[in-house]
Design a protein around this ligand. Structure first.
Ligand SMILES: [Zn+2]
Length: 265
């Protein structure tokens, strides 16, 4: 009970509200992979993907999931060279803090590619100035539903990854859809909406980010076609780590090592 009181006192939630969550069973204890300690989780609304918080770091499920995936599949990730495109939130902060060779980039419309704005390098995922085979891991968190030309982005990611490297990412997807839906495209430098536009929150743009693709079950084939990378879909559900939500999957696209490939062929 003392630990619960401590968690409450560090939160910005009113006591009456906190107690009502508690008595409705919306607060439970567990282990947060970002705090790396025992914490309490709180479910503030039914849409767990955005409202199932760690009371200590405020992380949401997909942020905890990508860290769990890094720990499981790349346990030495702290020593690797990692590029994250369009970082945001506590999971990006956590990787940056723990990985000396972490490079964050954003695409700023008003900054030349490769230059810096507010200390952050400007890169367009579809046309990066980063060298070939220069990173072990590339991370994107909820980015690929907003990329206007994802085929170019996946090709670029494969180019920039070292052989044996991987693109680790989260995004909403709809496995019941056999074919991905392109929602918008660029025609003569103007956005053309193919269906009713939808926007998500964007930390660097008040207007929000246009959703360009609803990804279906065919997206792994799409990645393979445009990059040669093979994608594995991981879903880890574990209430003790606050891992429960829609779109909780972590996708890992691996760039093959040519030598291994030629030996096996
Ligand atoms: Zn936490």
């Amino acid at each position: 009970m003392k630990k619960l009181y401590n968690a409450y006192s560090k939160s910005s939630i009113k006591l009456s509200k906190f107690l009502s969550y508690y008595f409705k069973g919306k607060i439970h204890d567990g282990y947060c992979p970002i705090c790396e300690s025992q914490v309490f989780f709180i479910i503030k609304e039914d849409w767990l993907r955005d409202f199932y918080y760690c009371l200590q770091c405020n992380s949401i499920p997909r942020q905890r999931a990508i860290i769990v995936a890094l720990n499981l599949f790349y346990p030495e990730w702290r020593k690797l060279k990692i590029h994250e495109s369009s970082p945001s939130g506590i999971s990006s902060d956590f990787i940056q803090t723990n990985c000396p060779e972490y490079v964050a980039t954003h695409f700023f419309q008003d900054t030349p590619l490769g230059d810096y704005k507010h200390g952050i390098r400007c890169e367009n995922l579809e046309n990066m100035t980063l060298a070939d085979s220069s990173f072990d891991l590339i991370i994107t968190q909820d980015v690929f539903e907003h990329v206007i030309n994802p085929s170019a982005a996946f090709t670029e990611i494969s180019r920039v990854l070292k052989p044996g490297g991987a693109h680790i990412f989260t995004m909403p997807w709809y496995p019941q859809m056999k074919k991905s839906l392109q929602r918008a495209r660029l025609v003569n430098n103007e956005i053309e909406h193919l269906v009713e536009p939808i926007y998500h929150g964007n930390p660097i743009d008040k207007k929000g980010s246009l959703v360009t693709f609803d990804w279906g079950i065919d997206f792994t084939d799409y990645i393979y076609t445009h990059s040669g990378m093979s994608t594995t879909i991981y879903l880890i559900k574990d209430k003790k780590m606050g891992l429960e939500a829609d779109f909780l999957e972590v996708f890992v696209s691996r760039k093959l090592i040519d030598k291994v490939l030629s030996k096996t062929l």
